[in-house]
Design a protein around this ligand. Structure first.
Ligand SMILES: [Zn+2]
Length: 381
């Protein structure tokens, strides 16, 4: 082990004998009591020295071997130590690809704060290479999400959309001006490939072709060009994803409002069907209005502020990555919304609906049966 204090966290003395690692409340840790000699010793924890050498240099500071061992174990327990050689085989493979890792250093530093075990950051980053995500929609929001996921090391990003790129689809980070007139799916595929670091889509992080066809789909990001389909997601469209148990995350812009979420974990959190049922209960006119919005004559170009679209894409990509990395981000079963011009984000939990077939409300067998019976009565009547 070559202990290294995580470079991502700034250090400051809090008073005379306590050290605070990190600036922000989300990840800052304080450690004390700590004397000046120990404080100086911390400078040696830069990943270049193994424990024997550290103990030797500590003796010059009048610190005992035992003191060093206890300090190292306390720092490790507090999630403050990384090890430049930890993380397993995949992390080692990533380390050997210096150019790729150089570009991902800020991402690795960020992950080192979130995944506290030594080597946790590189292990997490490397694991993204085996993940497949589908992005549905290649407009300003969808294409940017796909590019960010690809650039963040997600091994395979498939983008689905129809038609040809229009001038108003172009966005920095999304489809380029040169793709206007090209098929959207082709343009998006090129964007994903250009954004990828270290290996084209369809290859794993070691650069070899993925064995045995496609890796399973970890996540669908629903980012249609028509933002109404995110504001009021269609339960019918989501039915196959619920049936296959595929997690899906909604993101889009409708009029001058941005929406991120919910991230639906089928059978676990509220889904499009739950949302539709709640809305119809709250507002009896909702289904009638929605039908008009969906069928009404649509203007050729939908409202979509570029700053808002970029913020939505960035937040959605961040939530997707957090989920891919093994956490449950704040959009899990929750919708985040922001409206111009104030653009403050607000969240609203999407409570699973008892009558929804997704089962997230925790149906027991008996409840299901009575719900089915009620449906049959209605049909018979
Ligand atoms: Zn549901």
């Amino acid at each position: 082990m070559h202990p290294m204090l995580k470079p991502a966290l700034r250090r400051a003395w809090r008073g005379r004998n306590t050290v605070q690692f990190g600036v922000t409340p989300a990840h800052a840790v304080t450690l004390g009591p700590m004397d000046i000699a120990t404080g100086s010793f911390l400078e040696l924890l830069d990943g270049t020295r193994g424990l024997p050498l550290l103990r030797e240099e500590a003796r010059a500071l009048d610190l005992s071997d035992r003191h060093v061992d206890i300090l190292v174990s306390r720092l490790t327990e507090a999630g403050l130590l990384d090890d430049p050689s930890a993380g397993g085989v995949e992390a080692d493979a990533l380390r050997r690809r210096a150019e790729t890792l150089e570009r991902q250093r800020p991402d690795a530093a960020s992950l080192s704060v979130v995944h506290p075990a030594p080597g946790g950051a590189l292990r997490t980053l490397a694991a993204r290479g085996a993940v497949r995500v589908q992005v549905r929609g290649a407009g300003r929001v969808g294409a940017t999400i796909a590019a960010v996921l690809s650039a963040s090391g997600v091994g395979r990003v498939d983008v689905l959309d129809g038609g040809r790129t229009e001038p108003w689809d172009v966005a920095p980070g999304g489809l380029p001006a040169a793709s206007v007139g090209e098929r959207r799916d082709t343009a998006a595929r090129q964007l994903v490939r250009r954004s990828a670091i270290g290996g084209a889509p369809g290859t794993d992080r070691s650069g070899s072709a993925t064995k045995g066809g496609e890796p399973p789909l970890s996540l669908i990001v629903v980012a249609p060009r028509d933002g109404l389909a995110v504001h009021a997601p269609d339960p019918g469209v989501a039915a196959p994803w619920l049936a296959s148990g595929t997690p899906h995350l909604y993101a889009g812009v409708v009029e001058a409002t941005g929406v991120v979420g919910p991230l639906v974990l089928p059978g676990g959190t509220g889904c499009a069907g739950c949302l539709a049922l709640h809305r119809a209960e709250l507002d009896p006119q909702w289904p009638r209005m929605l039908a008009q919005w969906q069928s009404g004559r649509r203007t050729a170009v939908q409202a979509c502020d570029l700053g808002l679209a970029t913020a939505v894409a960035g937040l959605a990509a961040g939530h997707a990555l957090s989920f891919i990395d093994g956490d449950l981000p704040g959009s899990t079963g929750t919708r985040w919304e922001t409206a111009m011009p104030l653009l403050d984000w607000r969240s609203e939990p999407l409570v699973p609906h008892l009558d929804c077939a997704c089962g997230a409300a925790g149906h027991t067998e008996g409840e299901l049966t009575s719900a089915n019976a009620a449906t049959q009565d209605t049909m018979a009547g």
